[in-house]
Design a protein around this ligand. Structure first.
Ligand code: FES
Ligand SMILES: [Fe+2]
Length: 342
């Protein structure tokens, strides 16, 4: 339970995790699902970004036609595509021998364009939601689409406010587990009057839970907000909380864990607010920032716990814990048998 001074003191004095929390083996790198690879504001046409995820080197790039997510090393002689690689004619060009790879990963031009090699650059299917580029990992064609991001009827969204958290010290499945852990909402975030509205559902590929809670901490002029919260976990790379506050609007928080390598998970978080269509867009965009700041504080309250906790395979659950056991069983469905880590 941190608020005010205690929180800031803890935040500014929190060191990077210096106690190994035993997280290592819990980061299963053989997950399937959609995982965030970049924010669109990082991806103007011509951009080439370096990413490390699932213990692998990746390259993410933008052309005039769209986006590409590919293995980071050139299949020819292994140069690192994200360093000095470039985009030309909607293709990714390797910096070493200038071979070109199109959006399917086919090598369309090699030495003087004459000899077309048979090898391909391994590409990952990608899709965009609320200003985030996500890629499908786990092999093969995507098994589902990511949740739709259109606003509720009669509302419109603010611009997404994006955040990046390094080393959240949890495996992706534990990060999403946090939203099924009802007990910590009151203890860590000081919410109260938490009440399940309908039975949580654990279906493939979405787990959902709807509940009410009251948030006593102030947000702008609002105090004691009575919220209705719909949590949806859509695979191990994407979960979102859609929060409805009567008379005001909607708040959407999307949490996207990024498994970097064994023992290291980062997270991208998006916050957006939705209000009636008649509200000017600039007001909406301005309100999103203080809302995002509150989310940022909530997230840090959690991280301060996560960085020092350990993972129990068989936790001793009690009444009031929320549907943690059911969630864990469901989360196993996203563990891949395929070994995608070389
Ligand atoms: S290493 Fe990429 S073209 Fe040769
Ligand atoms: Fe939390």
């Amino acid at each position: 339970m941190y608020d005010g001074f205690t929180f800031w003191k803890k935040y500014f004095t929190a060191k990077n995790r210096d106690i190994q929390s035993g997280l290592g083996d819990e980061v299963n790198l053989n997950l399937k699902g959609w995982f965030a690879v970049a924010y669109l504001h990082e991806l103007k046409p011509g951009a080439v970004l370096r990413r490390k995820m699932f213990g692998k080197e990746l390259v993410v790039y933008a052309t005039d036609e769209g986006y590409g997510v590919a293995d980071g090393y050139c299949p020819h002689l292994g140069s690192l595509l994200s360093e000095y690689g470039r985009v030309e004619d909607n293709c990714l060009v390797c910096p070493f021998h200038s071979f070109k790879f199109d959006k399917h990963g086919d090598c369309t031009s090699s030495y003087k364009g004459k000899i077309k090699p048979k090898f391909k650059l391994n590409m990952y299917p990608n899709d965009v939601r609320h200003g985030v580029l996500l890629a499908w990992f786990g092999g093969g064609e995507p098994q589902w689409h990511i949740l739709d991001d259109s606003p509720p009827q009669g509302y419109k969204w603010s611009k997404p406010v994006s955040m990046y958290f390094e080393d959240v010290a949890l495996a992706p499945k534990e990060l999403h587990e946090n939203v099924t852990d009802h007990g910590h909402f009151s203890s860590v975030h000081l919410y109260h009057s938490i009440e399940q509205i309908e039975e949580p559902k654990f279906e493939f590929p979405i787990a959902s839970s709807r509940f009410r809670a009251t948030r006593p901490r102030r947000l702008l002029w609002l105090e004691n907000m009575k919220m209705e919260i719909l949590v949806q976990v859509n695979g191990m790379g994407y979960s979102r909380a859609s929060i409805f506050q009567k008379g005001i609007g909607h708040l959407r928080i999307v949490v996207m864990p990024i498994p970097i390598m064994r023992g290291r998970t980062d997270a991208r978080v998006i916050v957006q607010v939705a209000m009636r269509k008649r509200v000017p867009q600039f007001i909406l965009n301005a309100v999103a920032y203080p809302a995002a700041f509150e989310v940022w504080k909530d997230f840090w309250q959690d991280i301060l716990i996560w960085r020092n906790k350990i993972h129990f395979h068989k936790p001793r659950l009690v009444d009031g814990d929320g549907p943690i056991a059911k969630y864990r069983k469901w989360a196993k469905k996203f563990e891949n048998d395929l070994t995608i880590v070389s």
